[in-house]
Design a protein around this ligand. Structure first.
Ligand code: 2BA
Ligand code: 2BA
Length: 109
């Protein structure tokens, strides 16, 4: 068994959870925050058998798209004003950041 951890954008999370329900994969959604943008995103925990991993990864790929986002300039906060960039910077947010972990034991009580 594997645990798939997928960090996705909030905009894609409903579509992804509907797709997982439709294909009968069990999942848990956690509200999370990106360390860099400090904006909300959604983390999916999906426990499934090894042979389903590729199928689940394809479902994630099909339902999550990458987007550009403008990041507001960060104030120098008492630092060196010379290094302050006073214009917004564009970052590319990926469709999904995915980790696949081995599961040692799975129980439901
Ligand atoms: P349980 O199987 O006891 O699951 C309770 C909660 O545990 C789930 O809530 C989900 O958040 C988490 N969970 C269970 N298996 C998981 C896994 N393999 N990976 C990640 N998280 C897992 P819900 O998704 O709201 O499901 C509530 C109950 O509805 C489930 O109880 C199950 O009896 C049923 N259920 C869930 N998905 C189903 C599906 N695709 N088809 C039919 N029944 C489903
Ligand atoms: P955030 O940390 O809010 O990052 C959003 C996007 O900002 C990233 O998109 C990346 O393009 C950019 N970014 C992040 N850190 C950066 C930095 N130190 N310098 C410059 N640009 C940076 P993604 O890479 O697609 O990541 C989307 C979200 O997935 C992240 O949100 C984070 O919540 C999660 N994530 C990505 N890589 C991770 C990792 N290795 N471990 C845990 N979570 C990760």
């Amino acid at each position: 068994m594997k645990l798939i951890i997928a960090v996705v954008q909030d905009k894609d999370s409903n579509r992804l959870s509907e797709a997982l329900v439709k294909t009968e994969y069990r999942a848990t959604k956690l509200a999370s925050t990106g360390g860099f943008l400090k904006a909300g995103n959604t983390t999916f925990l999906i426990g499934t058998e090894d042979e389903n991993v590729d199928d689940v990864l394809q479902i994630i790929k099909d339902n999550c798209k990458s987007r550009e986002q403008l990041v507001a300039p960060i104030s120098p906060m008492g630092g060196n004003a010379d290094s302050y960039v006073p214009y917004p910077v564009e970052v590319q947010i990926g469709g999904a950041t995915v980790f696949v972990l081995p599961v040692e034991q799975f129980e439901q009580f």
